[in-house]
Design a binder for this molecule. Structure first.
Ligand code: AMP
Length: 287
């Protein structure tokens, strides 16, 4: 147990349960913001919203090995622990939980949580097993923290949708709230992975948000063809040779199924490789 101002950092599960149950007995509401660390203004905006809506805020930092593929960036994922702690303490977090891998995944663990369908498309198609890793770890984190509110970023729209389904299907007693995507001045969505970009790559990474802005412009102008919206995004991307498409998708925001004609709320989701980074971004739009 250690302190940064009023923020306490703990590792064992029992310490989290102890702190949270004390708050609950005192009648305080608890919000939870799970992260993988490398804290940026996107994370901090969720913390700020969490603080406005609840009496106590718990943040976890856990780089979850289960949600990384064998050839992904688990080992080089940034872990600026001291800086993260200072930022979260300044943001008014009450409890920071930094669990060990061995604690969350003891050698004899055998249980995985999988949301069928929703977790197999888009990010799930490009990153097999990714969402099973996400849902399993978040189910475990929720079981320990037992928050009233779980805060998630719109930046990871599919993740939020998958977790929403998990919470519903497992009858978990937690309210899900989404915070909007926080962006750099040029539009690039903040991400811990932006640090992988070289100067040139960073300049071209703006293609993702520019493509989405073009998609929104087309939608506002009355375009309803999913294919044409996708094509408009790809046309923007042609100006950015360092940006290599993984997918450009126009899907139903609830079912995540491809949309031929836009009639209700849609998710326009994109993923691309830019140098060593794999970046994602999205917008939601309702006619
Ligand atoms: P991560 O540490 O990347 O797992 O993200 C932790 C939480 O922060 C998730 O709910 C993300 O969706 C959210 N998040 C990440 N980047 C942003 C951003 N640029 N704006 C808003 N929320 C974000």
């Amino acid at each position: 147990l250690s302190r940064n101002g009023a923020m306490v950092t703990v590792r064992p599960i029992a310490a989290v349960r102890h702190a949270v149950s004390r708050w609950r007995r005192g009648g305080h509401s608890v919000a939870f913001v799970p992260t993988m660390g490398a804290i940026h203004a996107g994370h901090l905006s969720l913390v700020a919203r969490a603080r406005r809506g609840s009496d106590r805020v718990v943040v976890s930092i856990f780089v979850n090995p289960l949600q990384f593929g064998p050839h992904e960036d688990f080992r080089r994922y940034p872990r600026p622990v001291t800086r993260d702690r200072a930022l979260l303490a300044d943001a008014g977090v009450d409890l920071l939980w930094t669990p060990d891998t061995e604690t969350l995944y003891p050698a004899d663990d055998r249980t995985r949580v999988r949301v069928m369908g929703l977790g197999d498309v888009l990010e799930g198609a490009s990153r097999p097993g990714h969402f099973e890793g996400v849902t399993t770890v978040v189910a475990k984190l929720l079981a320990v923290v037992r928050p009233d509110v779980l805060w998630l970023g719109q930046k990871d729209a599919q993740q939020a949708r998958v977790l929403e389904q998990m919470v519903k299907d497992l009858d978990l007693e937690v309210e899900l709230r989404r915070g909007p995507t926080v962006r750099e001045p040029d539009g690039l969505a903040l991400s811990s992975r932006n640090g992988y970009l070289s100067r040139d790559e960073r300049r071209q990474a703006v293609a993702l948000s520019r493509g989405l802005t073009e998609a929104r412009r087309r939608l506002m102008a009355g375009e309803r063809s999913g294919a044409k919206i996708g094509a408009a995004i790809r046309r923007v991307w042609r100006e950015y040779p360092l940006v290599r498409e993984d997918y450009v998708a126009v899907v139903d925001a609830d079912t995540l199924e491809p949309v031929i004609r836009v009639r209700k709320r849609v998710l326009v989701a994109v993923a691309a490789r830019v140098g060593a980074a794999r970046l994602i971004d999205n917008i939601e739009w309702e006619p």
